[in-house]
Write a protein that binds this ligand. Sequence first.
Ligand code: SF4
Length: 252
Amino acid sequence: MTSQSRQQPVADRSPLALKRRARKIARVLAETHPDARCELDFSTPFELAVATILSAQCTDQRVNATTPALFARYGDPTSMAAADRATLEELIRPTGFFRNKTTSLLGLSNALLADHDGELPRTMEELVKLPGIGRKTANVILGDAFGVPGITVDTHVARLSHRFGWTDETDPVKIERVLNELIKHPEWTMFSHRMIFHGRRVCHARKPACGACTVARWCPAVGTGPMDPDRAVALLKGPRVVELAEAAGIRA
Ligand code: SF4
């Protein structure tokens, strides 16, 4: 395998340099992950809210395997609010923490019926007042169900923000504020998805595939994972491993 030559990342951490580098990285991530999207299956804002609640401490794949039967039975706030608790618990048990999640789903459904005519509200302020909905979930709903740009700070977005040298903050709300400044407003939702895709497929927590990473030349943490192209490509994950390697300049 061969890899393209890599420049050293720019050391300049002035606000202007950080912003320029962040926007460059955002552009390259857009090219690297054209398939980036919300990986939770849903057909209504309510279903997305439910799926996002279920995704806490659980993979999207497992949530997607669970929700068809759940939505067939309780696909709107009216039916879910009237659900038998034990039946609901059993349906969502595979996603883990099912008792707490059941409490959130029942609370959310009842609150929507009581205060919002059974519809998800469209503002952050109203969403975060609902049971089970924190700022992260609210940003997912705003961005993916209502088209309102929002940055979702999950574990991947936080890790990559640290590696890119954008912030040392660990509080998701503070990280979100930093990213709000660095990234253009209309791109916030898709930028979040691309960061999450990069975190899942390339820049893993333990062994990032630095030698097969398209943004390595702008990343101060390059070298955290193997730089050898063969070892790095072996770390890539997902259905587009060949395309990801090629995008990084590596040919088999
Ligand atoms: S160079 Fe390494 S640490 Fe930096 S984004 Fe790529 S995989 Fe992650």
